[in-house]
Design a binder for this molecule. Sequence first.
Ligand SMILES: Cc1cc2nc3c(=O)[nH]c(=O)nc-3n(C[C@H](O)[C@H](O)[C@H](O)COP(=O)(O)O)c2cc1C
Length: 185
Amino acid sequence: MMPERPRIALYYASHDGQTRKIVDRLAGHLAGHGVGASVVDLSASPSPTIDTKADLVLLAAAIRYGFHLRDARRFLERLRAEVPDSRIGVVSVNLTARKPGRQTAQGNVYLRNWLKRTGLSPAFAAAVAGKLDYPAYRWFDRTMIRAIMTISGGPTDPSTVIEYTDWAAVESLAVELAVLVKATL
Ligand SMILES: Cc1cc2nc3c(=O)[nH]c(=O)nc-3n(C[C@H](O)[C@H](O)[C@H](O)COP(=O)(O)O)c2cc1C
């Protein structure tokens, strides 16, 4: 009989597509490391059946105005009722994570606050830098993000498009995840 492959079920909430891109990349790397990976978009299916038999359920969520997208927050409530924290992982996608030291649960304010607010003790938590795309934003959002960038020392030129995502770091996260789920078999 074939040995059973470890499996990670990935769920994500993305507004502008970068979190989707990150999750797709993670799933590809996981498959390359012998880990089964399924991907569910919470905006297309906000209350999906939760794959409670997966070795790990990973929730990836984008930040807007200080909060993870609502679909992700709601999903996490359901998830915790069905899966123990020890089989839950979270990935926060935001622009703060473009800065050194802001990729961990301790170092990233959004991730830290999310875990504190929910009391979640996940098996895995990481923050990944997203994308800045001023031309794609509505006037209000562009104005607000430029103000935030002024405060945080980022680019304010309204023509700026920068993908801050560190794809090598995303691959490293996939390796960490693969090691984690293989250890549970
Ligand atoms: C309207 C808006 C609000 C945002 N608010 C924050 C924020 O409060 N903190 C932050 O670090 N990044 C913030 N971002 C950056 C997003 O998290 C980043 O662009 C991410 O890549 C979005 O992921 P998505 O493409 O999957 O929606 C914001 C972006 C937009 C467009």
